[in-house]
Design a protein around this ligand. Structure first.
Ligand code: DAH
Length: 403
């Protein structure tokens, strides 16, 4: 969930940012960049994280309770109160989402194969970090949380779904607030505070777990670290965070010699899947009462899988265009195609074989698509029809030759 995409080295830039505003799909100019299918647009209005009894909603409430009502760390900052924002439009500006956070121009996360573009300048946010700077700019926002649905084109498996949810947290202070003599000391205090707050949070939600900190890289924090917890016999990465980068502070209108702060981002499904024992990410979007009726608001309880409908797999093999490169055939395009055609019925898509023809050097790939509907049985005819559609589009849209 803590996408590798945001970790690579970055170039400096000095773009300025504007405050948040609401957008509608229909009122903006579309262009060749537009790659948001109707199915994804429909998800933007579901707001499952606000649904009463929903595990995501319970988790948010619990984290919110920690930040709003508990002592988060030893630092007591006069007048400080964490605020929760959860109503920002997921359509955001490319500039705010990438440029202002120091994500380089040629970064993979900006590609149309990775991010949903409404047009050249507007995307469906791939992370809630997009809201950091605009919020910090507003007077009085020195401690806040942002929750929202985020969108990424990604692999098809049980832990990835093109829409998921993140929570962002930010706390900033001045040297005076924390009694630091200079900015160097302030940053050390900030890092210590960050670790303390997030360890307290993890303990508050997961119980008395073992934890460890791992070095990381994000363009918008320095240093950057990740928290891992030992839960159900495995180490689990639960969040990324760091001391807010000077450039980000400066773009938020802060005096970098007198103010500093920390930020974190966490994937809510990743937490909820572990806490509630939900083993397929599609379940969060299920409209089947047998899902939602199992949960009570504010209570973390284990999900009891209801009778699973049978799965059915189909293989598809094709020659990818030559010469083979990320530009001629990008796997994400194939995943995206399978998703768009099958909606939520593709449970996993796995590459099961690749083959290079010894003479022609052409490359063939074979993928196995596992179909299963969470809420009802699929008929053979239905699956066959999906497969036929996918096969057709692999040729016409991706320029591959079926085998
Ligand atoms: N935006 C990052 C992601 O989606 C997560 C993240 C990392 C957020 C570090 C932060 C941060 O605020 O400081 O992968």
């Amino acid at each position: 969930m803590m996408n590798k995409l945001f970790r690579q080295s970055h170039l400096a830039n000095t773009l300025r940012t504007k405050t948040i505003f609401r957008r509608e799909f229909s009122t903006e100019v579309k262009d060749a960049f537009n790659n948001i299918p109707q199915g994804i647009k429909d998800l933007t209005s579901r707001k499952i994280y606000k649904t009463h009894n929903h595990p995501l909603n319970t988790l948010i409430t619990k984290i919110e309770d920690f930040f709003l009502n508990k002592k988060v760390s030893d630092l007591q900052i006069p007048g400080e109160k964490f605020k929760l924002f959860q109503d920002f439009d997921p359509l955001v500006k490319v500039k705010e989402c990438f440029d202002d956070l120091g994500i380089p121009e040629d970064h993979v996360s900006r590609r149309v194969t990775d991010t949903y573009y409404h047009n050249k300048e507007i995307v469906l946010r791939p992370h809630t970090s997009v809201h950091q700077i605009p919020l910090m700019k507003l007077q009085g926002n020195s401690a806040f949380l942002v929750v929202g649905d985020v969108y990424r084109k990604d692999t098809v498996d049980k832990t990835h779904y093109p829409a998921f949810h993140q929570m962002e947290g930010v706390r900033t202070y001045s040297l005076k607030d924390i009694g630091a003599k200079d900015i160097k000391e302030a940053k050390l205090i900030t890092e210590r505070d960050l670790k303390q707050v997030l360890e307290n949070l993890a303990r508050n939600i997961f119980g008395d777990v073992e934890m460890r900190w791992v070095d990381a890289y994000f363009p918008f924090t320095e240093p950057s670290i990740e928290l891992e917890i030992f839960y159900n016999n495995e180490w689990l990465e639960v969040l990324g965070c760091g001391v807010i980068h000077n450039q980000v502070m400066a773009r938020a209108g802060k005096d970098i010699n007198n103010e500093c702060g920390w930020a974190f981002g966490l994937g809510l499904e990743r937490w909820a899947m572990k806490l509630f024992d939900i083993n397929d990410i599609r379940l969060f979007w299920s409209q089947d009462d047998r899902f939602i009726n199992q949960f009570k608001h504010g209570e973390i309880s284990k999900f009891k899988p209801y009778s699973k409908y049978p799965a059915c797999y189909k293989d598809i093999a094709f020659w990818v265009p030559s010469p083979v490169s990320d530009d001629t055939f990008n796997e994400n395009d194939f995943f995206y195609l399978v998703r768009s055609i099958s909606q939520d019925m593709a449970e996993t898509v796995e590459l099961i074989d690749t083959f290079t023809h010894p003479k022609s050097q052409r490359v063939s790939r074979c993928y196995r698509i596992n179909y299963r509907n969470m809420d009802r049985s699929l008929t053979n005819e239905e699956v066959d029809a999906l497969q036929v559609k996918i096969r057709g589009l692999v040729e016409t849209e991706l320029g591959c030759e079926l085998r």
